[in-house]
Design a protein around this ligand. Structure first.
Ligand SMILES: [Zn+2]
Length: 427
């Protein structure tokens, strides 16, 4: 099997077995099996590359146990699954070359989304038999492709690495969705010595196979919050005055959060995406849960939105005399791509036959916790970028008919290898 075919085979295997954030046991175990066979590759997994306390929104131990059992039943190597504990599904591959040189890190993400995949025969995964085997879970963002690109790059090290110096690291990150996984890997020191950091995404604003965007702009900083409100239950007819209404508090809170006065210095967002409250018609609700997020066009604006949200949660709880608990389950910062590294990406992209067009940057008005790595690398004087690998998409990201052009996989691997050539080749 040549590399192009191998990339498609990996991608389709990951696509058929989607796993949610911090439960990517089968995916990560497969990654480890492939990397363990690559000459010179040093592997680190689980606690070696993730700090448990810095993880946001980790699964409950019983959910992690179910995910582990599912992964093993689906063919995952138990040796790796056991090393990943409760939701420590990160993997880092590293090569140290004999001659001195810089440290270059690529980050790929591995998680899927809680989306039920389309069974329409116009949808390639359904037509070609690699549709998600799990209703309610789908690789609807292309991370199956990113993981395959990471594995493909590892294959090329053996062929090209003879001319390289320094160190190459490939970071396989869990739980990018919800911006939950990166912080724990940064905390574990995964990029503490990195001089050049590259993360990328298939598609997004680059909806055209052969297009390379050397960087991205418009990253939104974000904070994801889970709020629990606890009131007091009471008979709604006889003694409503003895109740403390958590449902009403949640409704008030939703409206007030969406009414946060906006910052004058840039864009901001707020969304309460889920509200569950109460237990029955004739009972004053004693319980409510909200899942919400705020965003800002930079870290400062997001911090303003987060502080306002916290103030309004506390004030609303006081008004309705209920107890509020707030849990941060995800966060990402703003990020800026370095011009010098974008130039290196541009040179690498232009050297490749599959490249049709190269642009400096495209706007990516989403949130990405690659920003945690980028800011950490830049804070110690390193350079970072978030590039886009163009791919013709069938639908928007996170949609049940989302799919990308598999030709972009080999393009992505060649691009990453060409970047490594430019940064690591020593005379
Ligand atoms: Zn994504």
């Amino acid at each position: 099997m040549d590399l192009a075919q191998q990339l498609v085979a990996w991608r389709r295997d990951f696509h058929a077995h989607p796993e949610l954030g911090f439960c990517e046991y089968r995916t990560a175990a497969r990654v480890c099996d492939v990397l363990a066979a690559v000459p010179g590759c040093k592997l680190r997994v689980g606690r070696e590359v993730m700090t448990e306390s810095a993880r946001m929104g980790a699964p409950a131990p019983e959910d992690a146990a179910v995910a582990r059992a599912e992964a093993i039943a689906a063919g995952a190597n138990p040796k790796w699954v056991d090393a990943m504990g409760d939701g420590l599904t990160g993997v880092v591959a590293e090569w140290t070359f004999p001659r001195p040189g810089p440290t270059l890190a690529f980050r790929v993400d591995m998680d899927a989304l809680p989306v039920t995949e389309s069974v329409a025969t116009t949808h390639a995964p359904a037509r070609s038999g690699f549709i998600s085997g799990r209703p309610g879970r789908m690789h609807a963002c292309g991370h199956d492709g990113h993981t395959s690109i990471g594995l493909g790059l590892a294959q090329l090290v053996a062929r090209r690495g003879a001319k390289w110096g320094g160190r190459l690291r490939i970071i396989f990150q869990p739980a990018e969705e919800g911006c939950a996984g990166a912080a724990s890997m940064v905390e574990a020191g995964v990029v503490k010595d990195v001089d050049y950091f590259v993360a990328g995404h298939l598609g997004t604003a680059a909806d055209e196979t052969g297009l390379v965007s050397c960087g991205s702009t418009g990253f939104l900083a974000t904070t994801k919050l889970d709020v629990t409100l606890r009131g007091v239950a009471a008979h709604a007819g006889m003694k409503p005055h003895e109740g403390r209404n958590a449902l009403l508090a949640a409704a008030t809170l939703t409206l007030q959060l969406h009414a946060i006065t906006r910052h004058g210095a840039g864009d901001s967002r707020v969304n309460v995406g889920q509200l569950i409250a109460g237990s029955g018609r004739n009972i004053i609700a004693d319980h409510a849960e909200l899942k919400l997020e705020v965003r800002g066009s930079n870290t400062e604006i997001n911090e303003f939105m987060t502080a306002e949200a916290r103030r309004i949660i506390a004030a609303t709880a006081a008004m309705h005399d209920v107890q509020a608990t707030v849990k941060v389950v995800g966060a990402a910062q703003g990020a800026k791509c370095d011009a010098a590294l974008k130039q290196i990406v541009a040179g690498a992209a232009r050297s490749l036959p599959p490249t049709k067009r190269v642009v400096d940057s495209l706007e990516m008005p989403g949130s990405e916790d690659a920003s945690c790595f980028m800011n950490a690398v830049q804070a110690r004087g390193g350079q970072a970028t978030y590039l886009l690998i163009g791919s013709r998409l069938t639908a928007g990201h996170h949609h049940p008919t989302f799919d990308f052009d598999e030709a972009s996989l080999l393009h992505g691997v060649e691009l990453y290898a060409a970047i490594a050539d430019r940064i690591l080749t020593v005379p």
